[in-house]
Design a protein around this ligand. Structure first.
Ligand code: NAD
Ligand code: SER
Length: 339
């Protein structure tokens, strides 16, 4: 990636507002979710508030998302909704975040498939017709029980047994197909569990790693839905936002892979996140009451991914480890939950 673009993206985390030259008119679909509610403002800081359109099935949008730039209603399972917005706002880049997360999708597999794949196919077709770049996240959920669990390679066995995982593997294949067959600029990462403090997660298997911080501040204790020793990859939201923008600005000639890159920042099991919280809140207590569905899904996912291809091909590098994230989460939530 050019030094100037990397600098611009870096600057949003320093609170500066600079224009980058690559993506000019951006559509974020699923803008109200855990990622979209933070990615949309981050993109607006870099590319300008009027150049980033926030769209969701939930409409009208509320708060800052609605006030700080253009917005519209999109049902991503309806291709016409997406095409209308792309034409109206002259969009050249789409961030497709519409999906049903792992545990929620397992409770309603048809919905998981229809949103995960319906939205993606519509985005791919609209991107092909209107020459848009397209980012659609994949997940650690794209792996399964017979994938190597430690240092999970970039290219390996992918036989997930959840509907969420099936949509993610299908999505990776479809996105690569549209790139190779039609030249659509599709790019993607396999996000690990994302930890954040703006919008609560939408029904995934890694949600416990967000909920534990809220519970620590509100009640000083937490009942963990996963068993001790359940390792999964995780990442703090600022790293996820920066990685997303860096990949979309990366020099395409350097990309050997596209859909999707392993990226990770840390791997821990419940006792380790509890211990990290106890460093700042020594009286914090945790017990266990495991949830069979989530435990089964978590057991089939990697313990820790190898993200060396993302590091080599577009310079991926996380900034937050478990301790830095815990310090920040507790500081932010203390203020937020006191209101
Ligand atoms: P989320 O559930 O928090 O948000 C999804 C958003 O999509 C919601 O605002 C919802 O209203 C919207 N939506 C649902 N159906 C829609 C439709 N038909 N049309 C338009 N909008 C619709 O999800 P998220 O955590 O923000 O995840 C975004 C993407 O990142 C998903 O593809 C998810 O699989 C992936 N991902 C997330 C995580 C994580 O930890 N959050 C980890 C790995 C991958
Ligand atoms: N956080 C997501 C989930 O648990 C991972 O894709 O579903």
């Amino acid at each position: 990636m050019e030094i100037k673009k990397r600098f611009n993206i870096f600057c949003i985390f320093a609170g500066q507002n600079l224009n980058s030259s690559s993506m000019k008119k951006i559509l974020v679909i699923g803008a109200c979710g855990q990622i979209g509610s933070e990615l949309t403002p981050a993109l607006r800081k870099v590319y300008g508030t009027d150049n980033v359109v926030a769209a969701d099935l939930m409409y009208p949008l509320k708060g800052d998302l609605a006030d700080s730039g253009p917005s519209c209603k999109i049902d991503a399972t309806n291709a016409q909704d997406i095409a209308d917005a792309v034409k109206k706002y002259n969009i050249d880049s789409i961030f497709n975040l519409a999906a049903i997360l792992s545990a929620k999708a397992e409770a309603n597999p048809m919905l998981g498939w229809n949103v995960g794949i319906g939205a993606l196919l519509n985005c791919l077709e609209v991107s092909r017709e209107f020459h848009c770049a397209l980012f659609t996240p994949s997940s650690i959920g794209a792996f399964g029980a017979n994938t190597p669990h430690d240092k999970t390679p970039q290219d390996t066995i992918q036989r997930p047994q959840t509907i969420y995982g099936v949509t993610k593997v299908t999505g990776e294949l479809l996105s690569d197909y549209y790139y190779k067959r039609f030249g659509v600029d599709t790019r993607s990462v396999r996000f690990p569990g994302l930890i954040s403090n703006v919008t609560l997660p939408g029904g995934g298997t890694t949600d416990y790693a967000v909920e534990i911080y809220y519970a620590a501040i509100k009640e000083g204790k937490f009942t963990c839905p996963l068993k001790p020793g359940t390792y999964m990859d995780m990442m703090y939201m600022p790293d996820a936002l920066r990685g997303t923008m860096e990949l979309m600005e990366a020099d395409p000639s350097k990309l050997i892979h596209r859909n999707s890159f392993n990226i990770t920042a840390m791997s821990f099991e419940p006792e380790q996140i509890a211990a990290a919280i106890r460093k700042y809140m020594p009286d914090f207590k945790m017990d266990y009451k495991f949830d069979e569905l989530r435990q089964g899904i978590a057991d089939s996912w990697p313990n820790s991914m190898d993200d060396s291809c993302a590091r080599a091909e577009w310079g991926w590098k996380p900034e937050y480890d478990l301790d830095a994230m815990t310090r920040d989460m507790l500081e932010v939530l203390k203020v937020k939950l006191a209101k």
